[in-house]
Design a protein around this ligand. Sequence first.
Ligand code: GLU
Length: 275
Amino acid sequence: MFATRFAPSPTGYLHRGHAYSALTAFAAAREASGRFTLRIEDIDATRCRPEFEAAILEDLAWLELDWEAPVRRQSDHLDDYQAALMRLDADGLLYRCFRTRREVAEAMASAPHGAMEVFRGGPLPADEAARRLAAGEPFAWRLSLATASVKLGGFGGLRFVEEGEGAIAARPELGGDVVLARKDVGVAYHLAVVVDDAKQGITHVIRGRDLFEATHVQRLLQALLGLPTPTYRHHPLLTGPDGKRYAKRDHAETLRALRERGMSAAQVREELGFG
Ligand code: GLU
């Protein structure tokens, strides 16, 4: 059965960009007589706040969305992520990364292609890693692309379907050796998302174009963990009157601010093309 999700992080209040994404996924579920689920992506306890989670539910209900119960909250499922991590580790696909933020930046700058955006530094020499482990230094777990490639016989066979575009060859190398478990929170975005999409039986991931590149990494993780691959639809990002995309960091007007100045949910829906 068709199933999709809206997966906000409770790090702030929702704005029109979120509303557009949620309404797009909700409309698709309705059209397919399928499931619409909500997932609260709150693994980063340093940035997530319960009051933002409560506000998300309130704003979505105001927009007249309804979703399956129970809501999946990532912080309730850390064991699932740990199990996936252990499986990847047992397959030799991870390495401990002790590098500090600064060391990562230095390793990237000295890489052959100059200022690369992704980390491909690989593990530290074994003796240095052992010394830092023994010294109790915190570490992140990174996925080893080199090992993953050997295990899968290259990435040539990895594809995902983007609605309207057809099959796309996944290029996980775009993401480099991604962090799958952060030093501070013990898990990281890509791992939690692929585990959750599978656990929630998501058949269609509908989300903004800003997450298109993430799909290349997530497709690889699905292959390594033996998880099904949903169909993807990355919708265009909503832009404001100034032509710039809505984003929390630009202080985009929140849904609750719109509500407080008297806008109705019907008006917001209409403005976003869901009248
Ligand atoms: N939590 C992510 C965000 O708020 C979305 C993750 C996803 O849709 O895969 O940007």
